[in-house]
Design a protein around this ligand. Structure first.
Ligand code: ZN
Length: 425
């Protein structure tokens, strides 16, 4: 079912028609709509829920004599095909257009079976994750304060439990919080990701930790802690990042379809658009995640060194000279880490865009670092401050995809780090 709304830019008054795919889940949660005004550049943010559109829709009434109206197709969970994004349509055209769903499969981006497969993943996420997406963030202040009693009460409130067994120790509180993180993670990964990344890259490390002696794990922790305590990393960086990101996870959903079909090259699936998050917001999320992830890459690489080469300091095909220990690696910049890992296939393939230095560098150059074209959703990243002729060209939905991959990786390394710390305690 498709509904039409009209909204007006509050700054310049430009009128937009939003054609929404009303999915069966649309009444259950608040769905984000976000796009930049073509005329004035204002970021327009709306939410749609069972209460309708907020802020209020325009009371414009379409009639056959209208001039063409800029139309945006919207789906809460699917990418938008180019034909349905920012096109000026007259009355007849705008009434005749098919739905975002139909257009996506019709335009050749994804075949119906793939969309169906993605839909199964979405259903699971809608049941098990989206109703609780804000839980980690709500619990965070109390968790940080370490008040076990308050934490128990808040848990009962959030999950609507009339009878519950109060937690009695700080460890119980930690375990509960990490259990929530783990559940979030498992509902956030697609079956394809589970088969191809989780099983190949994460499970072996987790299995190793499960089987290792506490003396071995203690030695690993000491090595990893040399360049900054891993428990401090997850407490101060990873958890706040995860809690914030999970709370707005809906904004990335349309980009998750690439993970569902195992596609890393977004362009191969056509010129698709996303209208749930602004360029500014996703880039800032990505950059913050980049810093967070860089500080923990040592854990992933160190454990992989052990599993692959029998020693935490032994890298597979090391590149940059002089880096012969995990401690030295941990002290490199993100960019140098990447260089060092170039021929380390297990890790490099696994990263899959989670550490795109060019996007992150461009973002750190402030005004002018990134150039976003609203009409095409192309993003030019000027990553080299000293040479304006160098730019990396990508798209909004491609950045959303790597932001999602990065979040999964941060979740994985957080759970591994916790396992290490827990087994030493
Ligand atoms: Zn405007």
């Amino acid at each position: 079912m498709v509904q039409r709304w009209y909204v007006e830019c509050p700054i310049c008054g430009k009128l937009y028609q939003i054609k929404m795919q009303i999915d069966m889940n649309i009444g259950l949660y608040e769905w984000p709509i976000s796009f930049e005004c073509l005329e004035c550049g204002e970021n327009l943010d709306y939410t749609f829920s069972k209460k309708g559109l907020r802020p209020k829709k325009s009371d414009f009434q379409p009639s056959p004599s209208d001039a063409p109206i800029t139309t945006i197709g919207y789906s809460s969970s699917l990418p938008i095909s180019d034909e349905l994004y920012m096109k000026d349509l007259d009355y007849v055209q705008s009434m005749a257009l098919s739905s975002p769903y139909m257009n996506l499969t019709y335009s050749g981006g994804f075949i119906i079976e793939e969309v169906h497969q993605f839909d199964l993943f979405l259903q699971r996420m809608q049941e098990n994750l989206l109703p609780y997406k804000g839980v980690l963030l709500s619990l965070l202040p109390i968790f940080k304060k370490g008040n076990v009693d308050a934490f128990s009460k808040k848990m009962a409130l959030l999950f609507d439990m009339k009878r519950y067994k109060p937690l009695t120790s700080s460890k119980g509180m930690y375990d509960t919080y990490f259990e929530l993180i783990e559940k979030s993670y498992h509902n956030l990964i697609t079956p394809y990701y589970y088969e191809h990344y989780f099983k190949r890259n994460v499970k072996p490390l987790s299995d190793y930790l499960n089987g290792a002696s506490s003396a071995d794990i203690k030695a690993i922790k000491e090595k990893l802690d040399e360049s900054g305590k891993i428990s401090a990393w997850y407490e101060n960086e990873a958890i706040p990042y995860i809690a914030e990101a999970m709370n707005k996870i809906q904004k990335l959903i349309p980009a998750m379809i690439y993970s569902s079909v195992g596609e890393s090259d977004v362009a191969k699936r056509g010129n698709l658009k996303i209208v749930t998050i602004s360029c500014e917001e996703v880039v800032s999320m990505y950059s913050k995640g980049f810093e967070t992830y860089t500080h923990a890459l040592k854990i992933m690489v160190g454990l992989n060194n052990i599993v692959e080469n029998g020693n935490i300091d032994t890298f597979t095909n090391p590149k940059v000279g002089g880096v012969d220990s995990i401690d030295k690696f941990a002290r490199l910049s993100g960019g140098k880490m990447l260089e060092h890992l170039e021929d380390y296939a297990t890790i490099y393939d696994y990263l899959d865009g989670a550490m795109n230095n060019k996007v992150r560098n461009a973002a750190s150059h402030g005004e002018g670092g990134l150039e976003y074209v609203v009409l095409t959703q192309e993003v030019k990243c000027y990553y080299d401050d000293s040479d304006r002729s160098k730019h990396y060209d990508t798209s909004l939905i491609a950045i959303c995809r790597i932001c999602y991959v990065q979040l999964l990786h941060i979740l994985e390394v957080t759970l591994l780090a916790r396992k290490i710390v827990e087994k030493v305690n």
